[in-house]
Ligand binder design. Structure first.
Ligand code: PLP
Ligand code: COI
Length: 336
């Protein structure tokens, strides 16, 4: 057995034994294989290094009570990767290849899938990069698709204890840019705002819509949701935010609870409408938001120290499905 304190894991790189790698050249993918080498050697002119021709995904493997392992909606990650690839003129990774590679990586690193009940999971990071000799601003001649993994705990330090966020004056993506694609450039532009937020002891930034700066878009690493005082689940609708798989799952689960579930405008001046708020995503799971600093105003939602009841109920249902304790909608739980 590997010697890891599962309960103490944060969201940090750990080298696991195997990763999958596949090369695209002359219009086709090779077979792909597992490798123990956690480095890659690429041409100095690779477009991923200069022009940001890269996209990635994030999903998790969950240890069930019976010891088996589930993935959560991996078909959605495959579809989103291919949307991102299309936006950056990269080749599609067929869904069967993507899911088969995920299963190979999970099985090869099985010892690193945290035990049931620890709350920890195996985080999988697929990525697609443009490589090969190049200098002009063109799509690359060759591509690498790879998946590596590591056991992780909570992304935001509090986990299910609320933490505070700050409204950023920067934008992470342009209205008709690449905000809806999971591409490295969006994250590069979020590094400085994220750093400034951390320096001020906030968990992360909340970005406003780049056109009017009046509506919440998302968090640097997760989507935003709020529960209104009349029990609606609302999450922002915008062409420049990441279409979060967790968010779309919560929209469905909120309906199961009889709530009205809406993708719409969340005005930063109307935070009083909300009884509870949270950040949601694969890494973030559901992370309750205690308060939001907006300029010199600090708005507290439910509490700075306790999770609201609706957020808790959604968390319990979502993680119940992810860890295989509860039956989810068809196709959400994929056994490895
Ligand atoms: N928004 C951003 C910017 C993210 O990086 C993520 C993480 O993947 C999300 C939202 C949440 O997306 P998902 O629920 O698909 O993980
Ligand atoms: C994820 O939740 O998978 C993310 O990609 C968020 C962050 C680690 C970039």
């Amino acid at each position: 057995m590997v010697n890891i304190k599962w309960d103490e894991l944060g969201f940090d790189y750990i080298k696991t034994p195997y990763r999958y790698i596949s090369y695209w050249k002359d219009g086709k993918w090779d077979e792909g294989r597992l490798t123990e080498d956690n480095t890659i050697t690429i041409n100095e002119g690779s477009t991923c290094l200069h022009y940001g021709q890269e996209c990635f995904e994030g999903l998790k493997a969950y240890r069930r009570k019976d010891g088996k392992i589930n993935l959560f909606r991996p078909d959605r990650n495959s579809q989103r990767l291919n949307k991102s690839a299309e936006r950056l003129l990269m080749p599609e990774v067929p869904e069967e290849k993507f899911i088969e590679a995920l299963k190979q990586v999970v099985n090869a690193n099985e010892e690193y899938v945290p035990p049931y009940g620890t709350g920890a999971t195996l985080y999988l990071r697929p990525y697609l990069i443009g490589v090969g000799p190049n200098i002009g601003v063109h799509p690359a001649p060759e591509y690498i698709f790879s998946i590596f993994c590591m056991p992780v705990g909570p992304y935001f330090k509090g986990g299910m204890t609320p933490t505070n966020f700050i409204v950023s004056e920067y934008d992470r993506a342009a209205p008709r840019g690449t905000g809806a694609a999971k591409v490295g450039g969006n994250y590069a532009s979020s590094l400085l705002p994220g750093h400034e937020a951390h320096e001020r002891k906030f968990s992360d930034c909340i970005y406003l819509d780049p056109e009017t700066h009046t509506k919440i878009e998302e968090v640097g690493s997760a989507n935003f949701f709020g529960i209104t005082k009349d029990n609606q689940f609302i999450t922002p609708k915008s062409p420049s935010i990441l279409p979060s798989i967790t968010k779309y799952s919560l929209l469905e689960l909120a309906k199961e609870f009889g709530m009205e579930a809406i993708e719409g405008d969340v005005f930063i001046d109307h935070l009083d409408d909300f009884a509870e708020a949270g950040a949601c995503g694969t890494a973030a799971v559901i992370s309750p938001i205690g308060g939001i600093q907006n300029g010199d105003k600090f708005h507290v939602f439910y509490s700075e120290t306790e999770t609201g009841p609706v957020t808790q109920k959604l968390y319990d249902r979502l993680t119940g499905i992810q860890f295989g304790d509860e039956q989810g909608p068809a196709g959400w739980q994929v056994e490895v």
